[in-house]
Design a protein around this ligand. Structure first.
Ligand SMILES: Cc1cc2nc3c(=O)[nH]c(=O)nc-3n(C[C@H](O)[C@H](O)[C@H](O)COP(=O)(O)O)c2cc1C
Ligand code: SF4
Ligand code: SF4
Length: 265
């Protein structure tokens, strides 16, 4: 990586990717980089500064990622001059089938110089949620790998990132499947329901939903379906545990109260 002014654009549902982005920023800063971290849900992709190095971070979802992330990547301007460096990272519960590299290559085809791509194991926030002591260990282990990834961005010139045919094929299939997201198929399966007797009508879920998919009507939140990413943020961070889904019995929070404020507000 030659340009040490770095802008990291991340999307996070429950906080893992925010923590990974923060760790990368912290490591790069210790090597005298100037790093700014942005929540991509609040940014117009057309406004990114192409004179800086760009980092893109997202959670793996169905071995691919959420529509909000794909829309952001697709909307990034073509890099006609071909000098803007980009690195891509994903956080995953088990496997991403090289989603970061695949999205990296999409950016390469848009003219960006791909300087790094990797996936990092983090606690799973979907269905297979584990106990917090296991999650802490998993995050600690991952931070070490994230640090190495960030150091390598500084220390080495861009190495060509290659993906074999198997992972390319997987990506084509998972892209096809996750493009169905907008037909609300996944939302119908997961289906969030409000337990009115538990809800304190605090409105937090509507405030933190990244896609304004929750509206407050008659003081209670209403869950629309069309913009839901199934990012798990509302169900995980509701202080009353008032949001339910027949499929999701356990929820996961990566962030402390302080990190929560920094990340979402
Ligand atoms: C809808 C959904 C689908 C997921 N799909 C995958 C997957 O295909 N592979 C995987 O390893 N983890 C998967 N996960 C787990 C997340 O990728 C993982 O926990 C991630 O670190 C969450 O990041 P976040 O806290 O920034 O939202 C999925 C999570 C959700 C909510
Ligand atoms: S965050 Fe929970 S308690 Fe607050 S309004 Fe939403 S569902 Fe109700
Ligand atoms: S409704 Fe909940 S799960 Fe869906 S996008 Fe909003 S915060 Fe995420």
């Amino acid at each position: 990586m030659k340009n040490t002014i770095v802008d990291i654009y991340f999307f996070t549902g429950t906080g893992n990717t925010f923590l990974a982005a923060s760790k990368i920023a912290q490591t790069l800063e210790s090597y005298n980089c100037k790093v700014t971290v942005f929540d991509m849900a609040k940014i117009d992709a057309k406004s990114v500064n192409l004179s800086h190095t760009i980092g893109i971070g997202f959670p793996t979802a169905f071995w691919n990622t959420y529509p909000i992330v794909k829309d952001f990547i697709n909307a990034l301007p073509n890099n006609i001059v071909g000098t803007t460096e980009v690195f891509v990272f994903t956080t995953m519960g088990n496997s991403s089938l090289k989603a970061a590299s695949n999205f990296g290559l999409i950016l390469k085809s848009k003219g960006y110089k791909l300087v790094g791509a990797n996936g990092f194991l983090m606690p799973n926030n979907f269905i297979a949620v584990q106990k917090e002591n296991k999650n802490i260990k998993k995050r600690e282990k991952s931070y070490k790998q994230i640090e190495i990834f960030a150091k390598n961005l500084i220390n080495t010139d861009a190495k060509p990132i290659k993906i074999n045919l198997f992972f390319k094929l997987c990506f084509t299939i998972t892209s096809f499947i996750t493009d169905r997201w907008k037909s609300n198929l996944f939302q119908k399966i997961v289906k969030f329901k409000l337990k009115e007797n538990k809800c304190s009508r605090c409105g937090l879920c509507a405030q933190i939903c990244p896609t304004k998919n929750i509206v407050i009507k008659g003081n209670y939140p209403i869950f629309k379906a069309q913009n839901c990413q199934i990012c798990m943020r509302c169900i995980s961070y509701c202080p009353q545990k008032a949001i339910k889904s027949f499929l999701l019995r356990k929820t996961y929070r990566a962030l402390t109260d302080q990190e929560f404020k920094k990340c979402f507000f």
